[in-house]
Design a protein around this ligand. Structure first.
Ligand SMILES: Nc1nc2c(ncn2[C@@H]2O[C@H](COP(=O)(O)OP(=O)(O)OP(=O)(O)O)[C@@H](O)[C@H]2O)c(=O)[nH]1
Ligand SMILES: [Mg+2]
Length: 191
């Protein structure tokens, strides 16, 4: 997919307001601070389309971005596992992610993000199990690849595959810092 234009569309905070106009959506799911918003910006070659922050909890709503004037949409979901948010907010955001995954009529593919440096946490595994139960198409993106050497990256990929019991072909390595893996991911979204 060649992205020639990317624009912020709207944000929603309840499942009843999800967009349902048949435009195909790619959703970004992962724990807070894993790099969802940065990945969206990197794929769109933008520095500021999606708000990023070194403090976890930057994305608290479902944020929709238009790709190529109606060709597709990127959906930035709130991060889970942000404890400082307090139990109530944490519950609400997790509920919002689950509502979206269950109810979106436009969702074509979930990009499930994991930090390449860490094995999936208990929470990651719970969210991943939930994703499997929804039967949605997904790929896994191991983020922040620039933090590891090439050799370590491939080791990590193998560990993630074993931990989640998925085929290694479903795991993409990516860095928003140096754009490693960007064109490979865009090609996949195209297909
Ligand atoms: N080195 C490196 N840092 C990254 C990369 N991607 C994201 N970061 C950093 O990680 C932090 C979190 O990135 P975000 O994109 O805001 O993460 P998020 O998943 O959207 O976080 P929430 O909105 O809180 O759920 C920021 O400080 C980013 O600069 C990457 O590929 N490499
Ligand atoms: Mg974010």
């Amino acid at each position: 997919m060649k992205i020639v234009s990317a624009k912020y569309l709207t944000s929603v905070v309840e499942a009843s307001k999800l967009l349902s106009d048949g435009v195909c959506e790619f959703a970004f799911v992962g724990r807070s601070n894993v790099g969802k918003s940065s990945l969206i910006n990197n794929l769109c070659s933008s520095k500021s389309l999606a708000k990023t922050s070194s403090t976890p909890g930057a994305t608290r709503m479902i944020n929709y971005f238009d790709i190529n004037n109606g060709q597709a949409r990127f959906v930035d979901l709130p991060g889970y596992g942000y404890h400082k948010a307090g139990k109530q907010n944490e519950k609400m955001w997790a509920g919002l992610i689950e509502d979206y995954l269950l109810n979106s009529q436009n969702l074509k593919l979930v990009l499930f993000l994991l930090d390449i440096r860490h094995e999936p946490s208990q929470l990651d595994k719970m969210m991943f199990d939930f994703l499997l139960q929804t039967g949605r198409n997904f790929v896994i993106v191991a983020t922040k690849a620039d933090k590891l050497s090439k050799a370590q990256q491939y080791l990590s990929k193998r560990k993630i595959a074993a931990s989640l019991k998925v085929r290694e072909e479903l795991i993409f390595l990516h860095s928003s810092l140096n754009s490693q893996g960007k064109s490979e991911l865009l090609d996949y979204l195209d297909a």
